[in-house]
Design a protein around this ligand. Structure first.
Ligand code: CAA
Length: 288
């Protein structure tokens, strides 16, 4: 039933975003099943979530008991067939359209509830393309979380031409009433609301570095002190991941063919060099 409250959740992928989504679902008392393709990736995903839960305890946001209970609500599998009874599944794998469409085709075949929410955390791939990879495009929607997921309160809800109001309401009720997130709605265009504004800003900061206009440190300092941003654009690019920023920019450029979305050569070279930001230990800054 569309109105039934979501309590059985699936998360596909336990990287930075998937782990964060799984964590907030488990903290909100959902039964959470997480897919990773190998045991090693599942172990790394579980460790990532446990580290973040520990951080919640050390900053006084969680009690020891809440941390324990959240960790018991998390199970891992490498078999998509295990997702049959899920009421909401959120996909958070690499920003690669082919990989995502394959997952949606497979999930659609196994998830039995006709009004289950099949959501993607994509930042830039049109949700309609993922819907068309299924036989049930009415239950496909975008649920876009922000990094770090346990900290940032926003979810962008992206409906397509075919998402039904029932599925949209179910996804919104889950994000707002169960996870306690604030929801904004967006049409299905690459970048949605936040990245349509954020990505040109990040790319402009990279162009400033590239042209020698100002240093990395000064650009970040300027935006932190001059505009009260929690971090500057280059540190934020490191946090999001340079490969991710490039992937989003490429998709937005494909969609709009506007120069402001075109990734600058410095970003391309840094990605080629493996300087992906915080996750690789080196981006615009170095990390221990
Ligand atoms: N998990 C759990 N809690 C975390 C956390 C994590 N990964 N990271 C930080 N926190 C908590 C800390 O415990 C701390 O809590 P208390 O204040 O209660 O102690 C609080 O968040 C602040 O963290 P810190 O004091 O360690 O550090 P900070 O004050 O420098 O904040 C930050 C760090 C939260 C990342 C902050 O700098 C920030 O919000 N930056 C902007 C991030 C942003 O813009 N994200 C969006 C990126 S775009 C995106 O995600 C979408 C996309 O498609 C690209």
């Amino acid at each position: 039933m569309a109105s039934q409250k979501v309590s059985r959740v699936g998360v596909i992928g336990a990287g930075q975003m998937g782990a964060g989504i799984a964590e907030v679902c488990a903290r909100a008392h959902a039964d959470v099943l997480v897919y990773e393709s190998t045991r090693e990736l599942a172990a790394a995903g579980r460790a990532r979530i446990l580290r973040s839960l520990d951080r919640g305890v050390s900053s006084g946001k969680l009690t020891e008991r809440e941390r324990e209970q959240a960790s018991w609500r998390l199970r891992f599998t490498s078999d998509l067939g295990d997702f049959a009874d899920r009421q909401l599944v959120c996909e958070a794998v690499v920003e690669d359209e082919a990989v995502k469409t394959e997952i949606f085709t497979a999930l659609d075949k196994v998830v039995t509830d006709p009004d289950a929410v099949l959501a993607s955390n994509t930042s830039s791939i049109p949700i309609m393309k993922l819907g068309m990879a299924t036989q049930n495009a009415h239950r496909v929607i975008g649920m876009h979380f922000f990094n770090p997921v346990p900290v940032l309160p926003l979810v962008e809800l992206v409906t397509t031409l075919t998402t039904t109001p029932e599925v949209t309401e179910r996804a919104e009720a889950f994000a707002h009433d169960i996870l306690g997130k604030q929801v904004v709605r967006s049409s299905d265009r690459s970048g949605f609301v936040v990245n349509a504004l954020l990505v040109p800003y990040l790319l402009s900061a990279i162009r400033m570095v590239e042209s020698g206009f100002a240093t990395v440190e000064d650009i970040d300092k300027a935006m932190v002190l001059g505009c009260a941003h929690p971090m500057g654009p280059l540190k934020l690019t490191d946090l999001v991941g340079l490969d991710m920023v490039k992937a989003i920019a490429d998709k937005m450029y494909d969609e709009f063919k506007e120069q402001l979305y075109s990734p600058p050569p410095l970003l391309l070279r840094m990605v080629e060099a493996g300087r992906l930001g915080k996750k690789s230990g080196h981006g615009f800054y170095r990390y221990a």
